[in-house]
Design a protein around this ligand. Structure first.
Ligand SMILES: O=P(O)(O)OC[C@H]1O[C@](O)(COP(=O)(O)O)[C@@H](O)[C@@H]1O
Ligand SMILES: [Mg+2]
Ligand SMILES: [Mg+2]
Length: 324
């Protein structure tokens, strides 16, 4: 079994990028330890503060954010960071080559039920000639990512990561504190009979998504001629991990539940990194209008519709929008 750094060197990943990845992963090892301590850790529970999205932050969100932020800003590798838990981007080293966006804890409503949570990150090169505090540093489409990944704090701590040369799984060996390469070149099967969507929003969806899901639910007797199974983790990291492992369809579509918030997932630190991982594993990741990684961002916290997973099923879903 190979350790992470030699595996990345073998893929000719630049040494400064490897150092940055190792820096992010050092924070995730600490988060993994704290998550594993559960209620033994004094960091469980809620703070009274709300983040910019108006959600009550869990204490663990705050701690995970602080760990990542501190280690990244101290490293000197980054020009700026942006995080779900920071209202604005935070300036780092003016000479830093990279910018990092992250969701320090994804699936935070799962914390108190001891279920799946994770950290999602996305790395791009910083455009030259811009100030470290310039929020426009982050206004680059997802296809500019040089690395993306998540760490899933499940029964084992698993890293899924891509540097543009396939998506690979690594497992944290807690006896040595090292991420070990456990599966190279993950492939998302083209076909699937499993879907993930928050069904409780059905009445708020647009007609094409409702029609697509209704046809899946009709199973063997419906137009698809086979039965479909459903899974929903309430944490995108858990759902995407299942899809990378055995295929599947995932969507958080636009809905009219809250007109001020037609989409739920965040482009910069949820949709873009997951899209890079899924595409590098042969899957598709789109909105009903086009490829997610081609979206020109306008805001570091912008939300976006997400439809991703096994390519045949994503295409099936899109055919309901195009009427084909
Ligand atoms: O509450 P719902 O509708 O089940 O939404 C679940 C979705 O919300 C998220 O948890 C949002 O992430 P955060 O926990 O980082 O806010 C996604 O991971 C997940 O897919
Ligand atoms: Mg999240
Ligand atoms: Mg979060």
């Amino acid at each position: 079994m190979q350790r992470l750094a030699p595996a990345l060197r073998q893929d000719n990943v630049p040494l400064d990028l490897i150092s940055l990845i190792k820096t992010i992963l050092a924070a995730t090892k600490e988060i993994s330890f704290r998550v594993g301590q559960g209620h033994l850790s004094e960091v469980m529970g809620s703070t009274l503060d709300e983040n910019i999205q108006g959600e009550v932050q869990k204490q663990l969100d705050v701690v995970a954010n602080q760990l990542l932020k501190d280690i990244l800003l101290e490293s000197g590798f980054v020009k700026a960071i942006s995080s779900e838990e920071e209202d604005t981007s935070v300036a780092g080293n003016i000479n830093g080559k990279y910018i990092v966006s992250f969701d320090p804890l994804d699936g935070s409503s799962n914390i108190e039920i001891n279920s799946l949570i994770g950290t999602i990150f996305s790395i791009m090169e910083a455009p030259e000639g811009m100030d470290a505090s310039d929020p426009d540093l982050f206004k680059q489409p997802g296809h500019k990512q040089v690395c993306a990944g998540y760490v899933l704090y499940g029964p084992s701590t698993t890293l899924a990561m891509t540097t543009g040369q396939g998506t690979h799984f690594y497992t944290l060996d807690k006896t040595h504190g090292s991420y070990m390469l456990t599966e190279r070149n993950i492939q998302v099967p083209k076909e699937t009979s499993e879907f993930a969507i928050n069904m409780s929003n059905h009445r708020f969806w647009q007609a094409p998504m409702a029609a697509y899901i209704d046809d899946l639910l009709r199973g063997k007797e419906g137009p698809r001629g086979r039965n479909f199974n459903m899974r929903w983790n309430g944490a995108m990291v858990g759902d995407v991990h299942r899809i990378l492992t055995r295929g599947g369809f995932f969507s958080y579509p636009v809905d009219n539940k809250d007109p001020a918030k037609p989409a739920k997932l965040r482009l910069m630190y949820e949709a873009n990194p997951m899209s890079f991982l899924i595409e590098q594993a042969g899957g598709l990741s789109v909105t009903s209008q086009g490829r997610i990684m081609d979206i020109e961002p306008e805001d570091i916290h912008q939300r976006v519709e997400v439809i991703l997973g096994s390519s045949d099923e994503v295409e099936q879903c899109l055919s309901y929008y195009s009427g084909n």
